[in-house]
Design a protein around this ligand. Structure first.
Ligand code: OOG
Ligand code: NI
Length: 474
């Protein structure tokens, strides 16, 4: 028979993203409204073209893509190592790999997380969709009965269909790829794992027990699926989007997470509408009748991305954010309560110490960049030999472009979690107890280091410039 035609993994990821988007809009109509707001703002801004081209390329990224509004990320909360390792297999088939470690114990959550994302510049260009994936750490639950109950409920559930498990085997045996028809079936089966099922796989008592211990536990352990808890389109102007969300009557998170607004955006800014209250039903023990209740888990978020920072740039970011938050807390101590605007004010003040000029950021080694030859560079005849990168930039022979940050921020993530838990979270300080090894064991694979990926993108681009110009660059 003829050789099979394989579907491209990146194309399959786009099918997956679109299927998730369609499902989530149907499940959470408010999310559809959010996408419309963001899409309108983006289209208007694109028409005005008033944005700095560097900023535009950071936020827009894939200038070749016509799909400005395709979602940029989603998030799921898993319960067991088996669920996590199966999710790793599933995501690998659409070109998503675990990058980075996020300790959430420091924020008082009995969980840790990774980001499943594309690894290469080429696949990021096609579709950078990524999934923030957290998993329960039962060892962090202090109460014995709570821990036993969560584990008992999780051991009873199967979030993957038999057909999906078969397709995972088939895809792997075929070298991590599918035919068109298998790919179609795979997406359809995979989506079921992330859909919403309003009938809990727990009794009302079990649900209440877990929820009173920690609202996140009820969400992780009491359902038959690992429902996607939000999707996130990117916006070209998060402040405008936030204003319009409020104007549309949405309950919006009180602050935008991440760095303050800047001329040269770095990392990631995010905000969301708060989790909606949805009706759920519980199985009554021994009987077939159902008891009603409600659950808050699912929300809609927007993100605005900036440049990936180097480890040095990250240290400066973390340091300044910590200073700002300490200052904000001390203000709160004096007057009792501090408004989101006042916090933003403190953050902007403190971040004056973070350079806000592309050349300066680059020369101080605070951001990652890719380099490419200019037309002038390609037309100039350079003598063979060694050149410094800085000289070539100054001569206008190569130009630098900041690399888009493709990951998440643990403090921002914690802020997003907290805003959706109903409670403010306990004010007490939590001791961080990271366990990266434990995460890798549960995954059945090593975590990749995002700095290594950015470094490689940067150095590959320099090598390419060198060969295009037939010189060596150091
Ligand atoms: C994940 C929250 C983190 C982000 O964008 O930082 C997140 C969750 O609520 O499960 O998605
Ligand atoms: Ni998110």
């Amino acid at each position: 028979s003829a050789n099979p035609v394989w579907v491209d993994r990146n194309a399959l990821r786009t099918d997956f993203t679109l299927a998730m988007s369609k499902m989530y809009k149907a499940e959470v109509p408010l999310y559809g409204d959010l996408v419309e707001i963001v899409s309108k703002i983006n289209t208007d801004l694109m028409q005005q073209s008033s944005l700095d081209p560097k900023v535009l390329s950071l936020r827009y990224g894939d200038e070749q893509s016509t799909r400005l509004d395709i979602e940029r990320h989603g998030a799921i909360r898993l319960g067991t190592p088996h669920e996590l390792s199966t999710i790793r297999r599933l995501f690998a088939l659409i070109g998503l790999y675990p990058v980075g470690y996020y300790d959430l114990s420091a924020a008082g959550l009995p969980m840790h997380a990774t980001c499943f994302r594309p690894r290469t510049a080429a696949s990021l260009l096609v579709n950078p969709f990524r999934v923030f994936t957290s998993v329960l750490r039962p060892e962090l639950l202090e109460d014995r009965a709570t821990k036993d109950l969560a584990l008992e409920l999780l051991s009873r559930r199967t979030i993957f269909s038999d057909q999906l498990m078969r397709l995972l085997d088939v895809g792997e045996i075929q070298g991590g790829r599918f035919t068109q028809e298998q790919g179609r079936q795979f997406i359809a089966e995979a989506i079921k794992t992330f859909g919403w099922q309003s009938t809990a796989a727990a009794t009302h008592n079990e649900y209440s027990h877990l929820r009173s211990e920690h609202p996140i536990l009820a969400d992780i352990a009491c359902f038959r699926t690992s429902h996607i808890n939000h999707l996130t389109p990117r916006t070209l102007d998060i402040i405008a989007a936030q204003d319009q969300m409020k104007a549309a009557g949405m309950q919006v998170k009180d602050r935008i997470e991440g760095p303050p607004a800047r001329a040269c955006p770095i990392l990631l800014r995010q905000t969301s509408f708060l989790a909606i209250e949805e009706p759920i039903r519980f199985t009554v023990e021994g009987g077939s009748s159902l008891l009603g209740g409600s659950h808050k888990a699912r929300f809609g978020e927007i993100e605005e991305r900036g440049a990936a920072v180097t480890p040095k740039g990250r240290r400066l970011y973390d340091e300044l954010l910590e200073n700002a938050m300490n200052q904000a807390r001390s203000l709160e101590g004096e007057g009792g309560g501090i408004s989101p605007d006042a916090i933003n004010e403190v953050v902007s003040q403190v971040f004056q110490a973070y350079p806000d000029d592309w050349d300066e950021l680059r020369r101080h080694g605070l951001i990652f960049c890719t380099y490419r030859c200019t037309t002038k560079g390609l037309n100039s005849r350079l003598a063979l030999g060694k050149y410094s990168l800085e000289t070539l930039v100054c001569l206008g022979i190569v130009e630098a472009r900041p690399i888009t940050y493709e990951d998440f921020l643990p403090l921002s993530a914690a802020g997003i979690f907290q805003s959706n838990l109903g409670s403010k979270g306990s004010p007490k300080e939590h001791v961080a107890r990271p366990d990266e090894r434990g995460m890798e064991e549960a995954l059945g694979a090593a975590l990749e280091d995002s700095d290594e990926l950015y470094t490689k993108m940067q150095s590959d681009s320099i090598i390419e410039c060198g060969s295009a110009l037939s010189i060596s660059i150091e």
